[in-house]
Design a protein around this ligand. Structure first.
Ligand SMILES: [Ca+2]
Length: 427
C-alpha cells in the first residue's frame, strides 16, 4: 500500500505522464489516455486516442496586472469606512505593513480561514470621476475553461463591471458578460440571465443584473460567469450527456473558441454604493475589494496531450502523437507525412488521434523503447514520455513574505507572477 502511494506521488511530482505505463481505464470517454499498447496478429502495436489534460485550478499559473498600476490601497495609508455604516471606520490599509496590506496576490491565495485575505483598491476620493480598475489575468498559453469563473468580493459587489476575454495574448479583447444594477442605464442592454440563453443563442453576450445588488445582500458576494450552465444547454442539466457537448465542440469552431482564452480582464467601472446617491461627504465608503477569483480549466493541447507542465513560468503541453509546440499545434519536423490536424472527440468515446506520420513512409523505424516488437509499419512507436523539465522551487507563501516576490509598494505589485508552484503535471 505504502509502495503504491509512493509510486503515485512519484507519478505526480516528477511528471511521469507516461501513457505507455497506463492501462486501459475502467471507463472510456474521459480522453485521458493518448495511446495504449494492444496485441494484434502482428504482435504488440500502438493504439492512439484523442487525449486532453485534466482540468485544474488555473489561478496557480497566471500573471496578474492592474491598471492603473497604483490603484492598490495603502500607499499612502488610508482608512476605510463600512459601506453600510459610515461611522464604522476601522478598516485600515497600509502597504508597508504586512498585516494591513492588501496586494493583488491575495485574490489567489488559499481561502478557508478567518478572516479572509483580499486585494483592495484605493477609495473613490476623486468622485465624481469614475473609479476605474482593470484586472488582467494572463496565462501566456491558450486554456479551455471547464467551470464557472467566480469572483468573490469582500465588500459590496460593483454596480457596473465587464468581464472580457482575449484569445491572442491580450492584443484584442471581446466581452464575455456585462454586469450592472441597471443594464439599460449602464450599457443600454436589456437585462438577461444565462437561463434566457438557448443552444442557438449560447454565444450571445448578455448583461445581467443577478450579481450587482448592493450591500443589502451582504452574504451574496460572488459574481459568476456561468460556464456550466452554458455546457448544460448541450449536455443536460447535470452534464450527464457530455458526449453531446463534445460532439458540438468538435464540429463548431465558434463554440470551441468561446470557451478558450489566453487572458481574462475584469473591468471594474463603478463600486458598490448601497444606495442611489453617493455620499460625497464620506467617500471612504466606496472602493473595490476582491478576496478570491476562481478559474478552472485545462491547457489547450488540440487533443494531442494528456498532461501540461509549468516550467520557467510558462505552461506547455507535453505533446504526444508526434506533435510539438506549446499547444501541440504542429507536427514534429520528421513527421510531416501529412498535414497537421487537431485530434477529434469523435467518434465517442475514444475520439480520433489524427497523429502526425513520418515524412517518408519507408523503412520501419524501430525505436528501442522496449523489447516488444512494434508491428505497425506506418507509425513510429513513441518514445517514453518522461518529463525533462526541472523542478521549480516551491514558493507558496501566503503573502509571498519568504519568496521576496511581494513588494510593499503598490507600483511594484502592479504586474507579477504569482508564487511559483512546483513542476506540476496534471495528467
Ligand atoms: Ca484571498
Amino acid at each position: 500500500m505504502r509502495f503504491q502511494f509512493a509510486l503515485t506521488l512519484q507519478a505526480i511530482w516528477t511528471g511521469m505522464c507516461n501513457a505507455a505505463m497506463q492501462h486501459y481505464p475502467a471507463a472510456w470517454g474521459h480522453y485521458d489516455v493518448c495511446k495504449s499498447q494492444v496485441y494484434s496478429d502482428e504482435g504488440l502495436t500502438w493504439d492512439y486516442m484523442a487525449c486532453q489534460p485534466e482540468a485544474a485550478d488555473m489561478t496557480q499559473f497566471l500573471k496578474v496586472t492592474l491598471d492603473p498600476p497604483n490603484i492598490t490601497c495603502g500607499d499612502p495609508p488610508e482608512t476605510y469606512c463600512a459601506l453600510e455604516n459610515p461611522y464604522m471606520c476601522n478598516n485600515e490599509c497600509d502597504a508597508s505593513t504586512e498585516e494591513l496590506a492588501h496586494p493583488p496576490q491575495l485574490m489567489f491565495d488559499i481561502e478557508g480561514r478567518n478572516p479572509t485575505t483580499f486585494w483592495q483598491s484605493t477609495t473613490w476620493k476623486k468622485y465624481p470621476k469614475a473609479l476605474l480598475v482593470n484586472i488582467t489575468l494572463s496565462w501566456n498559453k491558450t486554456i479551455e475553461l471547464t467551470d464557472d469563473i467566480v469572483i468573490t468580493f469582500e465588500s459590496g459587489r460593483p454596480e457596473q463591471m465587464v468581464l472580457e476575454k482575449s484569445l491572442d495574448y491580450g492584443r484584442t479583447w471581446q466581452p464575455y458578460q456585462f454586469y450592472a444594477t441597471d443594464c439599460l442605464d449602464a450599457f443600454t442592454m436589456e437585462p438577461k440571465t444565462v437561463q434566457d440563453l438557448s443552444q442557438h443563442t449560447l454565444l450571445d453576450i448578455i448583461c445581467t443584473e443577478d450579481y450587482s445588488r448592493g450591500y443589502v445582500w451582504k452574504y451574496d458576494k460572488t459574481v459568476r460567469f456561468e460556464i456550466k450552465d452554458r455546457f448544460a444547454l448541450f449536455a443536460g442539466p447535470r452534464l450527464h450527456n457530455m458526449a453531446s457537448l463534445y460532439g458540438q465542440l468538435d464540429t463548431t469552431k465558434n463554440l470551441r473558441d468561446f470557451f478558450t482564452i489566453t487572458d481574462l480582464r475584469i473591468r471594474l467601472l463603478r463600486p458598490a454604493t448601497g444606495a442611489t446617491m453617493v455620499d460625497e461627504s464620506n467617500l471612504s465608503r466606496y472602493f473595490y475589494a476582491i478576496s478570491d477569483i476562481k478559474v478552472q480549466g485545462r491547457c489547450k493541447c488540440n487533443l494531442h496531450a494528456n498532461s501540461c507542465v509549468f516550467d520557467k513560468e510558462k505552461l506547455s503541453c507535453e505533446c504526444e502523437h508526434n506533435t510539438t509546440g506549446p499547444d501541440c499545434g504542429r507536427c514534429k519536423r520528421s513527421y510531416q507525412g501529412r498535414a497537421w490536424s487537431a485530434g477529434s472527440y469523435l467518434p465517442i468515446p475514444k475520439g480520433t488521434a489524427n497523429i502526425c506520420v513520418p515524412n517518408n513512409i519507408g523503412p520501419v523505424i524501430r525505436p528501442n523503447v522496449s523489447s516488444l516488437g512494434v508491428a505497425n509499419r506506418k507509425e513510429v512507436a513513441p518514445q517514453v514520455a518522461l518529463s525533462t523539465a526541472p523542478s521549480v522551487h516551491a514558493a507558496n507563501s501566503k503573502r509571498g513574505r519568504s519568496s521576496g516576490s511581494r513588494a510593499s509598494s503598490p507600483d511594484d505589485t502592479a504586474a507579477f507572477l504569482l508564487p511559483t508552484p512546483r513542476h506540476v503535471c496534471f495528467c
